[in-house]
Design a protein around this ligand. Structure first.
Ligand SMILES: C[S@@+](CC[C@H](N)C(=O)[O-])C[C@H]1O[C@@H](n2cnc3c(N)ncnc32)[C@H](O)[C@@H]1O
Length: 273
C-alpha cells in the first residue's frame, strides 16, 4: 500500500465537514479542530512549542512539508503576516485542509500543492524556513529530501523538525502506528543518523530536544479522553485515520515505553557552503 493510501482511504470528508458545520456554526477554533488536524504526538501544544521557535527568526516565507489536514498551517496563518505554503503527497488531505480552512472564522484559503517532498516544485533559495512535523518519518531516501530542502532554502534559512525518531530498541516496534500500517511505510532515523545527514547537507543543528517522556504522558491523557466519550459523538483522529486508530494510539504508548521510538524537536540553520 502506498503512503497516500494509508492516509486517504478512511476519511469520510462529507460526514466530517457536516459534523463541523453542525457543531461549530460560527467556525471551529484551532482547539476544537485539534483532534482532527493535529496528526502528531503532542497535539496542539507541540505545535505551539514549534511556533515559539519561529519568534526568534521571524521568517517571511515558510514551507510546511507534509502539511496533512492543516492544523499547523492554520495556526501559522492566524498568528503571523507571513506567506505559508504547504505540500503533501496525499491529495485528499490537501482537499480536506482547504475545505476545513473555508469553515473557519475568518475563512482562509491555504496555498497547497500535492507533490512528493523528494521533488519540490520551487525555485532555489525560495523559502527562509522549512518545517517538518511528523512527515520525515514517512519519507524514504531522506538524503534526497534534505538535498531538495537545502536547494530551496535561503542561505541561512531555518529548518525545524518535530519528528518521531528511531529509539534504542527498534526491534520491539509494533504496528500499526498513526503514520504507518506496516514497516514498509515507516522510515525512522536514529538521532545520530539524522544529525549526520543534516551536517552532510550543510545544516547546523542548533537545538535538539528529546521530549519522549512528555509525549508519553500526552498520549496517555489522549487515550483516556478518546475512550471516555462514546463514538460517534466525538471528533477524534479516528475520523481521519480510521477505526484502527485506537490500536495505533495504544501502539504509540508501547513503542515509547519500550524505546522503539523517540519524539524530538530539532532546530537547524543553513550554513554557508
Ligand atoms: C503523520 S502525518 C502528519 C501531518 C501533519 N504534519 C500533522 O502533524 O498534522 C504525515 C503527513 O506527511 C505526508 N507525507 C508522507 N510522505 C510524503 C512525501 N514523500 N511527500 C510529501 N508529503 C508526504 C502524508 O501524506 C501526511 O499528510
Amino acid at each position: 500500500m502506498d503512503i497516500d493510501q494509508h492516509y486517504s482511504h478512511h476519511a469520510d470528508e462529507a460526514f466530517l465537514l457536516q459534523q463541523l458545520r453542525q457543531r461549530y456554526p460560527d467556525g471551529p477554533s484551532s482547539y476544537q479542530l485539534a483532534p482532527l488536524d493535529q496528526l502528531h504526538i503532542g497535539g496542539i501544544k507541540a505545535s505551539e512549542k514549534l511556533l515559539q521557535q519561529l519568534q526568534h527568526d521571524q521568517p517571511h516565507r515558510i514551507l510546511e512539508i507534509g502539511s496533512g489536514v492543516g492544523g499547523l498551517m492554520r495556526m501559522l496563518n492566524a498568528k503571523t503576516q507571513i506567506e505559508v505554503v504547504g505540500i503533501d503527497i496525499t491529495h485528499r488531505f490537501n482537499r480536506l485542509n482547504q475545505a476545513i480552512s473555508a469553515l473557519t472564522s475568518p475563512p482562509t484559503s491555504p496555498q497547497l500543492i500535492t507533490c512528493d517532498a523528494r521533488q519540490l516544485p520551487f525555485a532555489d533559495n525560495h523559502f527562509d524556513c522549512i518545517i517538518f512535523q511528523h512527515s520525515l518519518l514517512n519519507i524514504p531516501h531522506t538524503d534526497v529530501c534534505l538535498q531538495e530542502c537545502r536547494r530551496i532554502l535561503s542561505r541561512h534559512g531555518s529548518l525545524l523538525l518535530h519528528e518521531v525518531l528511531q529509539g534504542p530498541n527498534p526491534h520491539s516496534m509494533r504496528y500499526p502506528v498513526p503514520w504507518a500500517s506496516n514497516a514498509q511505510q515507516s522510515h525512522l532515523l536514529t538521532f545520530e543518523a539524522i544529525s549526520a545527514l543534516l551536517q552532510q547537507h550543510h545544516f547546523k543543528l542548533e537545538q535538539a530536544e528529546n521530549w519522549s517522556s512528555e509525549a508519553l504522558q500526552w498520549r496517555h491523557r489522549q487515550q483516556q479522553k478518546e475512550t471516555s466519550v462514546k463514538p460517534p459523538s466525538t471528533l477524534s483522529p479516528a475520523n481521519i485515520l480510521g477505526q484502527s486508530f485506537s490500536q495505533m494510539g495504544a501502539n504509540v504508548i508501547t513503542n515509547l515505553n519500550t524505546g522503539a521510538v523517540e519524539v524530538w524537536q530539532l532546530s537547524c540553520r543553513g550554513q554557508t557552503l
